[in-house]
Design a protein around this ligand. Structure first.
Ligand code: ADP
Ligand code: ADP
Length: 226
């Protein structure tokens, strides 16, 4: 686990107006931070800079005590969950969850141990030998989360993970993500444009508008009328 600290972060694509403009934000160790704001305000760009899918134009970003501008993306040990959670249809649930460990050439007994533990946390133990096609939408989403969890990453990054789900499943997954994050206590940055998610999931909410950080506070501070 690690804190994520951003100081005066700027991102310019080409020579246009900055997509992210002088953002300074500390996500504390174990904190669940929501990034919210209208489409195009720079949420994904900020997340992609954290994970290393986009270069930072200027400013300093740290994960724990390491300056990430200088760390290669694959050295960052972060886990990202996207909305289009792509599971491998030909692999079992076990192997889908194990995938990042196989890539890292983790020894078999360690893979078995970590996948088993992860499946327990996610209540997927009974389904480990099934294929994704035979799972419900919620179970598939949990497998995708399992893949993120099994790596024991320093932080979780979510990019609108629920936006393709129907309302019922979205409600269930909100509860599930909240429960998991609290249980695991992993530093989390969660991007959404959904106000219900912003109000219910996070410890704090950061509001972005046109690339500028407008407000940071607890859901109560931001959404309850005085
Ligand atoms: P959000 O996630 O809040 O919808 P984005 O971070 O995707 O916002 O986009 C922020 C701004 O940066 C938008 O104006 C968008 O058009 C622009 N942008 C995003 N990605 C690129 C890119 N690869 N090249 C050029 N402009 C981009
Ligand atoms: P690659 O094919 O090398 O993964 P990408 O452009 O897809 O190239 O990703 C560049 C780097 O960004 C990856 O090496 C990885 O470290 C990081 N990355 C990509 N996707 C994720 C993800 N879902 N979670 C965490 N890190 C990721």
């Amino acid at each position: 686990m690690a804190a994520i600290t951003m100081q005066n972060i700027v991102k310019k694509y080409g020579d246009g107006f900055p997509a992210v403009n002088d953002v300074t934000l500390d996500v504390q160790d174990g904190e669940f931070m929501i990034l919210v704001g209208p489409s195009g305000c720079g949420k994904s760009t900020l997340l992609r800079m954290i994970v290393g899918l986009e270069d930072i134009t200027s400013g300093e970003m740290r994960i724990g005590d390491r300056v990430v501008n200088k760390i290669a993306p694959r050295e960052r040990n972060l886990s990202m969950v996207f909305q289009n959670y792509a599971l491998y249809p030909h692999l079992t649930v076990f192997e889908n969850i194990a995938f990042p460990l196989r890539l890292a050439k983790t020894p078999d007994d360690e893979v078995r141990k970590r996948v088993t533990e992860t499946a327990e946390v996610l209540e997927l133990t009974e389904h480990l030998e099934r294929k994704p096609a035979n799972l419900s939408g919620g179970q598939r989403q949990r497998v995708a989360m399992g893949r993120a969890i099994v790596r024991q990453a320093d932080a979780f990054l979510f990019d609108e993970p629920l936006s393709n789900l129907d309302a019922k499943l979205r409600g269930q997954m909100r509860t599930e993500i909240s429960r998991l994050q609290r249980r695991l206590g992993v530093t989390t940055v969660y991007v959404t444009h959904d106000q219900t998610e912003a109000m219910t999931l996070g410890d704090r909410v950061a509001v972005l508008r046109k690339g500028v950080l407008q407000q940071v506070g607890s859901p109560r501070e931001l959404y309850e009328q005085p």
